[in-house]
Design a binder for this molecule. Structure first.
Ligand code: AMP
Length: 282
């Protein structure tokens, strides 16, 4: 496994691999890897000749009051985990090289980015689509792997890839969970044992909502109200949103139908956690 810090070096390797007719699978991450990230890596290693994983905590997707400075980082541990999984290259560029002085270009998807997480994190998805586009230009992958856990992010990236004719297959992988159902996240590190227990309310509520729909409820506002009630009953949780949305428009649904996502974001103490469930409703 090779650690690559220079963007130009990565681009040279990608071009060479293309000449050799090797397929490149790519897993973008912000590091501090857990089993969820590693599942994406395993899929990429299985399905491609070469796997590249990037580790880059992207400043442009964090708001001014958010945890960019404190975001957990441990490169040596990440490298050990990736070596064990037979990754070929780890791209670890410096912030100053990704966003040099005078940097002025952003990629913005204009649908589904101002709802759910986009409402409380106004420039978040602009930062995400910009960095993912830039990383795609560095790595030139055939396939790129994302977690369903960040469901809105995946749907926005898929929209960007389609709209900009990026010749890349984007793959969504199921959410890896801790025992008890809490979605794995690098931010779980911030939780005290008591908060970790309280955080279970998020997935528990999603599972209840799924069951209500499976039992025949089709009123999206009713499900929303009931989910909000469940989250508010947990003293350590502060609700950001609980919504039932279309996976096509990302808009909230009055009548539940088609490919949908039930999504929740809540602060547990001061840690903001998100989770979601996907359903096909006839
Ligand atoms: P992050 O490092 O949080 O930016 O995540 C990098 C990638 O890993 C994204 O595509 C995430 O959706 C994915 N990911 C994060 N947590 C999980 C999880 N629990 N299960 C599956 N994928 C995940």
């Amino acid at each position: 496994m090779e650690l690559i810090k220079e963007i130009k070096t990565m681009q040279k390797i990608s071009r060479e691999k293309a000449v050799e007719k090797k397929t490149i699978g790519f897993v973008p991450t912000m590091g501090y890897l857990h089993e969820g990230h590693l599942k994406l890596v395993e899929n990429s290693v299985k399905e491609n000749d070469i796997t590249v994983v990037s580790v880059f905590v992207n400043p442009t997707q964090f708001g001014p009051e958010e945890d960019y400075g404190e975001y957990p980082r441990d490169l040596e541990r990440d490298l050990d985990l990736l070596r064990e999984r037979n990754v070929d290259y780890v791209l670890y560029p410096a912030v100053e090289d990704v966003y040099p002085e005078g940097y002025a270009t952003y990629v913005q998807v204009e649908k589904g980015t101002d709802v759910l997480c986009g409402r409380s994190r106004p420039n978040h998805f602009k930062g995400v689509t910009t960095i993912v586009s830039k990383l795609f230009n560095m790595v030139k992958p055939h396939r790129a792997y994302f977690g369903q856990k960040d469901g809105q992010q995946f749907l926005i990236i898929r929209q960007m890839v389609d709209d900009l004719n990026m010749d890349i297959e984007v793959v969504a992988c199921p959410t890896a969970r801790e025992e008890g159902g809490l979605a794995m996240s690098s931010r779980n590190k911030y939780l005290s044992p008591q908060e970790r227990e309280a955080a279970l309310v998020i997935n528990r509520t999603l599972q209840k909502a799924k069951k209500w729909i499976e039992e025949g409820e089709r009123d999206g506002w009713e499900i929303k109200k009931k989910m909000e009630r469940e989250i508010r009953a947990e003293p350590l949780a502060t609700l950001d949103y609980a919504s039932v949305v279309s996976r096509e428009s990302l808009q909230e649904l009055g009548e539940i139908k088609g490919p949908i996502m039930i999504a929740i974001a809540a602060f547990i103490g001061s840690t903001r956690l998100i989770d979601n469930v996907w359903l096909e409703v006839k």
